[in-house]
Ligand binder design. Structure first.
Ligand SMILES: Nc1nc2c(ncn2[C@@H]2O[C@H](COP(=O)(O)OP(=O)(O)O)[C@@H](O)[C@H]2O)c(=O)[nH]1
Ligand SMILES: [Mg+2]
Length: 475
């Protein structure tokens, strides 16, 4: 396997051949096997129908279809089904089939042990003879297309309009063509993970259940602060995580599509596992990020430092200040935010207002000053991509999701690795392993960053204490 021919190209060739679904197996490639007639015949003789494909440095792709086996006898193939074709010219799609002319079928292909693939009398397409050495980035084939149009119907197109007037190629491939249904080539994931199965789900669950903030820091629960526009899916993310650990769909955080933010209080939700234990982090729901009336920079600052009491009811008309009731003037490490999560709806990235983006950036400035790690949770990827909607396990293979991850990373100037796509539960009655895996991959990453932050905090505190000691000693 592993040829250059794309699925789309195979579809086109299959259509031109016209006798049903076909599989394509790479028999010969000059960059892999060397360019010489002997190897070509060793690999391709007696293999049945084949297609020869030439790729040139100008981005043109063309070749010929041989309906019966290549042989080394010096004989001509007599067959009406042979054809030449072009797929691309100068990098642009240009799909044309050049069928054999009436009465020319006895000159379809020329089989000779010292020649590579040859089509048509007088060289409609003669690829090469003997051995051709690579000239670095390409092979300068010694064939030609001088007789193009004699055996095959050229439809007014010249050889120049197919091979750019030269026989240089970056690759020449010969595929065996057989009846059968192709399995589309598996797309390479743009982000690698372990295989998605029950074992991986168990491993993620275990990592999260055993997560514990550093003992020395006296932090009981790591606070994860969720920030984002109304309707982005903050409450839904908490519900999704809580559902996973409860083993059933839960809806503790009210979610919906109200114009104004449904969530108006600072709610540091905890997550309970099915039988009793509580996990050592809190997912903190805040109110939305509307341009006016939404969470502002001062409030964000207080949230990061841990000044705002649990369940504090935000009041846009009366912003919180150090004199407000419950304001924690001396927050403990347990109150501090250890990781900030920007929750963004993947489908609205393009239409986020500049004001909103600026607001998030001003929050980031604060976070950077305090060293608080930042993550983007990209929600609703199911409505972005049909493949993901059908099967969440294709998230890291979806090109559409990848593009939106890139876009989100650029938006807030974060590394791509800090953008985590998720698909929240929104309309389900039953849990789904793949939805769980995707959500837990994200949550685990968030907890890792929170852990890094706490380690930094501890180191800083220890260093400060040592310095104080040293100062005392000096005096
Ligand atoms: N299809 C889909 N809908 C979602 C997803 N996440 C949230 N929603 C829906 O988006 C709406 C707003 O979600 P919500 O959690 O209330 O947003 P919040 O304002 O940020 O708390 C709700 O109707 C959710 O059901 C998701 O991943 N996929
Ligand atoms: Mg909410």
């Amino acid at each position: 396997m592993g040829g250059k021919l794309s699925d789309k190209d195979m579809d086109q060739l299959e259509q031109w051949i016209g006798t049903g679904p076909k599989t394509f197996t790479l028999l010969y490639a000059i960059t892999r096997d060397g360019c010489n007639a002997t190897t070509f015949h060793q690999n391709c003789d007696n293999q049945g129908a084949t297609v020869t494909v030439l790729y040139n440095p100008q981005g043109s792709v063309y070749g010929g279809y041989a309906p019966v086996s290549w042989i080394s006898s010096g004989a001509w193939t007599n067959n009406t089904a042979a054809f030449l074709y072009q797929l691309r010219f100068n990098g642009n799609d240009k799909a044309t089939k050049f069928a054999i002319r009436n009465g020319q079928q006895s000159n379809a292909c020329y089989n000779h042990s010292s020649y590579g693939p040859v089509f048509g009398s007088g060289n409609a397409l003669c690829t090469f003879s003997s051995t051709i050495n690579s000239s670095g980035t390409y092979f300068s084939l010694n064939g030609n297309m001088d007789g193009f149009g004699t055996t095959f119907d050229n439809q007014g197109i010249t050889a120049h309009q197919i091979n750019n007037g030269n026989m240089n190629v970056t690759e020449l491939e010969v595929y065996k063509v057989a009846d059968g249904k192709r399995i589309p080539t598996q797309q390479k994931p743009w982000r690698k993970t372990k295989t998605w199965n029950e074992k991986f789900l168990d491993e993620l669950t275990e990592d999260i259940v055993t997560f514990k903030p550093l003992e020395d820091l006296k932090v009981k629960d790591a606070r994860i602060l969720m920030i984002g526009p109304v309707g982005a899916g903050k409450s839904s993310f908490y519900n999704t995580i809580n559902s996973i650990f409860r083993g059933r769909i839960t809806q503790r955080a009210g979610s919906g599509s109200a114009e104004q933010s449904l969530t108006t209080a600072y709610t540091p939700y905890k997550v309970k596992v099915k039988f009793g234990a509580t996990l050592n982090f809190r997912l903190c729901d805040t109110r939305g990020l509307e341009e006016s009336q939404g969470l502002d920079v001062m409030e964000c600052n207080y949230l990061l430092d841990g000044n705002i009491p649990n369940y504090y009811q935000f009041n846009p008309a009366k912003p919180i200040n150090p004199k407000s009731q419950g304001f924690k003037a001396n927050p403990s490490p347990d109150d501090m935010t250890t990781c900030a999560v920007f929750v963004l709806d993947a489908t609205t990235l393009e239409v986020l207002s500049t004001k909103l983006i600026e607001k998030m950036k001003s929050f980031q400035t604060l976070m950077n000053q305090k060293g608080v790690p930042q993550i983007i949770l990209l929600t609703k990827i199911d409505t972005l991509c049909k493949d993901v909607q059908a099967d969440v396990s294709s998230t890291y293979k979806s090109h559409t999701v990848e593009q939106h991850v890139d876009k989100a990373a650029q938006l807030l100037g974060l590394p791509r690795a800090n953008v985590l796509p998720v698909r929240n539960y929104e309309n389900e009655l039953e849990l789904d392993d793949n939805v769980n895996i995707l959500a837990l991959i994200s949550l685990r990453q968030i907890l890792y960053l929170a852990e890094d932050f706490m380690e930094n905090m501890l180191e800083k505190r220890n260093d400060e204490e040592t310095e104080m000691e040293n100062l005392k000693l000096e005096n």
